[in-house]
Design a binder for this molecule. Structure first.
Ligand code: MLT
Length: 271
C-alpha cells in the first residue's frame, strides 16, 4: 500500500479542505456522496495508488473540511478545481464522483472540461429534483437543525447498502454509520438545499466529449441499473456497468469489482 498523506489546504476565503492523497502519476480525483466523507474511497486510495495519484477530499463541511458560508454544487466544483490546482496542477485528471459527488463532477465538467481526460459517474444521476423531492429536501434541511444529524439521516442507511452488504459486511455498515453520524447538522442542511437547487444535465449529456465510466449497483434503489443505463446511453463515449450484490455505495461494498473497472478505465483514459 502506498503511504497516505493527509493534507489541509487553505482557500483564500479561509475555508480549510482536508484531503487524503496517495501514490504518484496520473491524478485521479474522487468525490464522495452525501452524507459521507473521503473514507468512502478507502479501498480506492489503498489499491489504485499503486498506479495513480489518488486524491480524495472531504467536500466542504464534510469530514474534517470546514463549511464556510455554505455551498452550491457549483461552489463544490470550484472547490475541486482549487484542490486540483494545489495538488495536481499538471496534466489532465480523471474525475470520479459518487451520487452527490457525481452532481459535483458534472458541474466540474461544465466549468472545467479542459482539465478532464475521463469522467466517472458512480451511483448518480443527471436529473434535477422535481418539486416533491425539493420539498422533502427543504423539510430535512429544517428538521436536522432541530433534531440533530443521526435521527434525521438514519432512515437513509438501508437505502445506501445492499441486503448482501447489510447482512454479511458489518464493518461496512459500521463505517457508513460512522461517516453519516459525524456530519454536522449545518452541513446536512446546506447539502440538502444545494442538491434541491442543482442543475439538470440530461440535455447536455451528448456534449460530454471525454470517455465516461458509469457504474451503479444492481441493488441500488437510488440509481437503479435500468434508469442509469438509459441516461448513460446519451453520453457518446460511455461504458456502463451494474455491479452485482452492490447497493448505492459500490466503492465500499464491492471494492474489487469497482477497482478493476476504475483501474482499467483510468489507465486507458490517461494513456
Ligand atoms: C448521495 O448518496 O450522495 C445522495 O443519495 C444524493 C442525493 O440525496 O440525491
Amino acid at each position: 500500500m502506498s503511504h497516505i498523506n493527509y493534507v489541509s489546504i487553505f482557500a483564500p476565503d479561509g475555508s480549510e479542505f482536508f484531503v487524503a492523497a496517495a501514490g504518484e502519476g496520473r491524478p485521479l480525483i474522487l468525490l464522495h456522496g452525501f452524507p459521507l466523507d473521503h473514507r468512502l474511497w478507502t479501498h480506492q486510495i489503498q489499491s489504485l495508488s499503486h498506479d495513480f495519484h489518488v486524491i480524495a477530499p472531504d467536500l466542504r463541511g464534510f469530514g474534517k473540511s470546514t463549511l464556510g458560508d455554505g455551498f452550491s454544487m457549483v461552489q463544490l466544483a470550484h472547490d475541486c478545481e482549487f484542490i486540483r490546482q494545489k495538488l495536481a496542477p499538471q496534466g489532465p485528471i480523471v474525475l470520479g464522483g459518487l451520487s452527490m459527488g457525481g452532481y459535483v463532477a458534472l458541474e466540474y465538467w461544465a466549468h472545467y472540461s479542459q482539465h478532464l481526460c475521463g469522467l466517472v459517474l458512480a451511483n448518480t444521476k443527471p436529473h434535477a429534483d422535481d418539486p416533491t423531492a425539493q420539498a422533502a429536501r427543504l423539510r430535512m434541511a429544517e428538521e436536522v437543525l432541530v433534531q440533530g444529524t443521526w435521527p434525521t439521516v438514519q432512515g437513509m442507511l438501508p437505502k445506501l447498502l445492499s441486503t448482501t452488504t447489510q447482512t454479511s459486511r458489518p464493518e461496512v455498515v459500521e463505517l457508513t454509520r460512522t461517516m453519516m453520524a459525524a456530519v454536522a447538522p449545518q452541513t446536512i442542511a446546506a447539502a440538502q438545499r444545494a442538491m434541491a437547487q442543482r442543475r439538470d444535465f440530461r440535455s447536455e449529456l451528448p456534449e460530454i466529449a471525454v470517455p465516461t465510466l458509469v457504474i451503479t449497483g444492481q441493488e441500488d434503489p437510488l440509481a437503479p441499473p435500468d434508469a442509469t443505463a438509459e441516461w448513460a446511453g446519451s453520453i457518446p463515449q460511455h461504458t456502463f456497468h451494474a455491479i452485482p450484490t452492490a447497493g448505492h455505495l459500490t466503492p465500499l461494498e464491492t471494492p474489487q469489482e469497482f477497482n478493476a473497472l476504475l483501474g482499467q478505465f483510468t489507465r486507458q483514459a490517461t494513456s
